[in-house]
Design a protein around this ligand. Sequence first.
Ligand SMILES: CC(C)(COP(=O)(O)OP(=O)(O)OC[C@H]1O[C@@H](n2cnc3c(N)ncnc32)[C@H](O)[C@@H]1OP(=O)(O)O)[C@@H](O)C(=O)NCCC(=O)NCCS
Length: 151
Amino acid sequence: MLQDEFLDGDLEANRAVLWTKRLSPIPRGHFGYLASYDSQPVGFAFAFGEHDAQWGTQVDNLHVLQDFRSKGIGSMLLASVAAQAVDTHGHLGVYLWVYEQNLAARKYYEGLGAVAVERAVITPPGGGKVSEWRYTWRSAAALLSALRRGA
Ligand SMILES: CC(C)(COP(=O)(O)OP(=O)(O)OC[C@H]1O[C@@H](n2cnc3c(N)ncnc32)[C@H](O)[C@@H]1OP(=O)(O)O)[C@@H](O)C(=O)NCCC(=O)NCCS
C-alpha cells in the first residue's frame, strides 16, 4: 500500500516529525491512548474529537504491534476512544479512513457494525496513489456497545 522507498527510508525520523508537531501542543479536542505491556508500548489510538459536522469524531490512528494482535488490545483502545467520544460529543458519530487493500482491518470494522459510505483516492505518506474507504458508526455509543458485545 505504501511505496518501497518510503518504507525503506528513515521511518522513525519521518514519524517523529509528524508526532512532535501533533503533540506540541495537542490541539483542543484531540486525544489518544497508549496500550503498554511490561512498560513497553504495544499499541495506540489517536482521535480528533468532533472533527466532522456530518460524521463526528475521527479515529486517525489505531495500531497494535503484530505480535500483540488478536488479543483484544485494538478493541480496548477503540473502546477508550468511543467512551471519550460518548462523554464529550455523544450526539455525534465516529468514523475513520481505511486503505481499500487493508482487508483485515476492514473486516474487523465491519464486524463492529461500521458502514463504508465513501471511497477516496489519496496520496499516502511517501507518495503514490491509494484508495481508501470512510467507515462510519452512527454514534459513539453504537460503537461502544458493539465493542462490549464482542468482548
Ligand atoms: C486493526 C487492529 C488495530 C486490530 O487490533 P487487534 O488488537 O488485533 O484487535 P482485537 O484483538 O481487539 O480484535 C481483532 C480480532 O481478534 C479477536 N479477539 C479479540 N480478543 C481476542 C482474544 N483474547 N483471543 C482471540 N481473539 C481475540 C476479535 O474478535 C477480532 O476478531 P475479528 O477480526 O474476527 O472480529 C490491528 O490488527 C492492527 O494494528 N493492524 C495493523 C494496523 C492497521 O491496519 N490499523 C488500522 C488502520 S485504519
